[in-house]
Design a protein around this ligand. Structure first.
Ligand code: SF4
Length: 275
């Protein structure tokens, strides 16, 4: 699907680093070379970052993203062909029988809440945006079922407007990698917007999510098998009783110049519609 260029109205910029006197707790500026190495290694490891969800329009991506809460992308892709064949846009979805939507999305779980949000979202798009999904963060987060994380996914994937969706993986990895000291997703987002080039905001976020699912697990991060280990201070990581403590730290080179084995993103249930 062709993407439109961000207009001045929708363009986003990285926030300024607040003056020291203005912020009681702010993230120390990370070494740019270390951040660049992390970006580079993640890009080699996860070259493909497009969403696995199938959609034909920004509205359909919004619906698919709502459905993906606590459900795998593969499952969502099983129900959306029939759903979108019957109700392809906001106008038809707004007029649908709620029970019919519930029936069609039943297998994705939480189908009553999701159906209600999807129809309310469609009606609000019709009423306030002439049937077209808006392309600004402020307008998207006003829609039922769409929070800041989902809005950033839609901006990046459907409109080509860079954004940093912060879910549980992005927050956890950002803290372990000392890219933020914060738990608040908005503050994590703002820190990453400062350290990562704007044209990588969306892809960097996707790559952190892939790495969180596959290597840097919440309870048992696989540090000894992690390509980022030489560049990761592992903030807050408790060493495992075996293995990790006995493995010497990897030197950044020459291993860092070796090709990195590419991993394929897996389809996992998402934790929640919007953390
Ligand atoms: S080294 Fe460990 S803590 Fe750091 S990103 Fe890799 S798995 Fe996570």
């Amino acid at each position: 699907m062709p993407r439109r260029d961000p207009s001045p109205r929708t363009r986003r910029t990285a926030p300024e680093q607040p003056p020291a006197s203005a912020a009681r707790r702010q993230t120390p500026v990370p070494d740019p070379d270390r951040v660049q190495k992390i970006r580079s290694l993640l890009t080699q490891l996860y070259p493909e970052t497009t969403t696995a969800l199938h959609y034909g329009s920004p509205f359909q991506l919004a619906v698919a993203t709502i459905l993906s809460a606590q459900c795998t992308d593969a499952r969502v892709n099983q129900v959306t062909p029939t759903l979108f064949a019957r109700y392809p846009d906001a106008e038809t979805m707004a007029q649908a029988e709620l029970e019919e939507i519930e029936h069609l999305i039943h297998s994705t779980g939480f189908f009553r809440a999701k159906a209600k949000n999807i129809q309310a979202c469609a009606r609000q798009i019709l009423e306030h945006h002439a049937g077209m999904l808006p392309d600004t963060l402020d307008a998207l987060v006003q829609l039922p079922g769409i929070g800041r994380k989902t809005a950033n996914v839609i901006l990046g994937d459907a409109f080509g407007i860079p954004g940093i969706p912060v879910d549980t993986h992005v927050g956890r990895l950002s803290r372990r990698l000392a890219l933020t000291i914060h738990s608040d997703p908005v503050k994590v987002e703002q820190d990453l917007m400062r350290w990562v080039p704007q044209n990588e905001w969306t892809t960097f976020s996707h790559r952190l999510i892939f790495h969180g699912r596959q290597v840097c697990h919440a309870r048992k991060p696989r540090c000894s098998a992690c390509v980022l280990e030489a560049y990761c201070p592992k903030v807050g990581v408790t060493p495992l009783p075996h293995a990790v403590t006995s493995v010497p730290a990897r030197a950044p080179s020459p291993q860092s110049s070796q090709p990195v084995r590419r991993a394929q993103p897996r389809s996992h249930p998402r934790k929640s519609p919007d953390a």
